[in-house]
Design a protein around this ligand. Structure first.
Ligand SMILES: C[S@@+](CC[C@H](N)C(=O)[O-])C[C@H]1O[C@@H](n2cnc3c(N)ncnc32)[C@H](O)[C@@H]1O
Length: 254
């Protein structure tokens, strides 16, 4: 069962549930310094909104925060509950958050704010934040300056590649937050063939394709792995390194 995201992207936004196991195996986490910048010193009560399988939740717990995780996909939350059985995990959407007014110090959204219907989501985020509470947004953008990453983008598109560094305009437009601050961090992920294929298959753009289209995309990615991996010291155990720019924004509730 899943709560229905209430925006026009709901079909694609809802596609993650069908690839939750691949998502959990292949997606990267977030740099610790990015998490500190977003949330501040522990302990805080933090809502991980659109928590998915709990990639960011793990870092929040490791940093010493108390976390409640919310996501509309029961399949994604099942992965989170398996990895983090002690974390409070609730089914819900950003536009209708299942928490009381003024009940958290920080709301963080990793890799998901673009899926929200921003005006109602920002209103509900402001509702659950305590006075002077903080909203933090983060995205891991693929860095296409590496030749193999540029080749990958030719096949899977650039929507997850490095994006406009400006904070999402809806934050200022809402009138609910002080001006957003920005910061960037770096992250690298080493991928073997199976993990690269899982990473590509876990993208919503690929998940919504027909089985035939998906198989064609994965065959192309397989060829990229053959072309670029295993020419150096790791020839016996080939891997590729995927660089990311981790884009972060934080804004204090007025
Ligand atoms: C790319 S995943 C990110 C998951 C996790 N935050 C991470 O960093 O790995 C996007 C998540 O947004 C969730 N989602 C989509 N629409 C949503 C909405 N309207 N409200 C809350 N979550 C939503 C999906 O179910 C999915 O788990």
């Amino acid at each position: 069962m899943s709560a229905e995201p209430s925006n026009s992207l709901s079909g694609q936004a809802a596609s993650f549930g069908g690839v939750a196991d691949r998502y959990e195996r292949a997606r990267p986490g977030y740099p610790g310094d990015a998490v500190s910048w977003l949330v501040g010193p522990p302990p805080r009560r933090v809502l991980d909104l659109a928590a998915g399988t709990g990639k960011l939740t793990r870092s929040l717990i490791a940093a010493g925060h108390e976390v409640v995780a919310v996501d509309p996909s029961e399949d994604m939350l099942a992965q989170l509950r398996a990895a983090l059985p002690d974390v409070e995990a609730r089914l819900g959407t950003a536009e209708s958050i299942p928490l009381d007014d003024r009940s958290v110090d920080v709301v963080v959204v990793a890799q998901a704010f673009h899926w929200f219907d921003a005006p109602p989501a920002l209103r509900d985020i402001a509702r659950v934040l305590r006075p002077a509470g903080r909203l933090g947004l983060v995205w891991n953008d693929r860095d296409e300056t590496a030749a193999w990453v540029a080749a990958l983008s030719q096949v899977i598109g650039s929507e997850d590649a490095v994006q406009d560094p400006e904070p999402p305009a809806e934050i200022a437009q809402s009138g609910l937050f002080e001006p957003a601050e920005s910061a960037e961090f770096r992250l690298e992920q080493r991928l073997d063939r199976a993990t690269l294929l899982d990473l590509v298959a876990s993208r919503s753009y690929v998940a919504v394709r027909t089985p035939e289209e998906r198989a064609g995309i994965l065959a192309e990615v397989d060829r990229i792995f053959d072309a670029y991996a295993g020419h150096g010291d790791d020839a016996a155990d080939p891997t590729l390194v995927l660089p990311y720019l981790t884009r972060c924004y934080r804004a204090t509730r007025r």
